[in-house]
Design a protein around this ligand. Sequence first.
Ligand code: BEZ
Length: 386
Amino acid sequence: MTPTLRLVALAAGLALATGAQAQQAPIKIGLMLPATGTFAALGDMIEKGFKLYVQEQGGKLAGRELQYFRVDDESDPSKAIDNVGKLIKRDNVDVLVGTVHSGVALAMAKAAKESNTLLVIPNAGAGDITGPLCSANIVRSSFSNWQPGYAMGIVAGQKGVKRAMTITWNYAAGAETVKGFTEGLERGGGKVIKDLNLPFPGVEFQALLTEIASQKPDAVYAFFAGGAAVKFVKDYAAAGLSKTIPLYGPGFLTDGTIPAQGEAAQGLLTTSNYADNLDTPRNNAFRKSFALTYKANADVYAVQGYDAAQILAAGLNAVKGDLAKRDQMTSAMRKVVVDSPRGKFTISPAGNPVQDFYLREVKGNYNEFRSVAVKALADPARGCKM
Ligand code: BEZ
């Protein structure tokens, strides 16, 4: 063999070896979720759901092992840039999965856009992420904050609500869910007479509940989640308001919280992309598998984590695990019809689920399906230019 031929053979061998190694190396997944604070339980369920789907695929996606890197984001937007930087720069992850809190997720989306890292969002509904910040490398498996709010506004309008008040935290998710509710209610001829706010993650509700009592609206729309939702629902009942002023909310008000809320939650109506007792083979199999694996009941957060893994798998399967084929992968993640425990859904060009929203009622320990509030609801994706 001539020296030139030997060099060519050597280079080809090296290329093959590098390619094979790349195929075998685990895909690095950066889980940025809350492990502490008022949303800790939500983060835990998302992670469990994500890992359950992977486990059901034999522990691999598109034939590749996954290696997890975790950061507790504490639902603290002021630490978000540092936290996401640890995953992108220090750990060099291939895919970011997170998070719950919209303010933290906005920082993640900006970092993902700048570094062109793939980001799958399993909860946070910040409208800007699938609005002005939309990007081919970002997709959400959950909802936009506007969606469940709008669905509940439609339901409230159908129930004849003319004067409503809203109460929530003063941050992106609160403002956006209230906007959705207001738009839905106005379509039915009602209006919001006053919006009440407190800083995140505050739970000092007394003064605001007194104001609700004095205004006597036809209904109250409240967005709180996790530990704060437990306290709000109990305080609302303890103030005697539940007897006279119906309390409505997006599903988060009673998702994963009913045992702790006890009697105060019974009969509450909420709107969500999931209901615990959807009697479909897909949901029944999912709930059984979740219960067997974790000895706990699944909730909407677990579903959204599970579906985040499904969407990622759709992308990876389309490129046989080759992350270098980025465009092909991200386009497959947009084209997938997700066979979710919530029911099948598609992804909009902006990267947000187009999905049914259900009216649910709390009965015992479950958010039970009552009706489809709005079918195939798409977020307006205002300001998204792809
Ligand atoms: C959010 O910040 O987007 C959010 C947090 C908890 C539940 C739902 C939405």
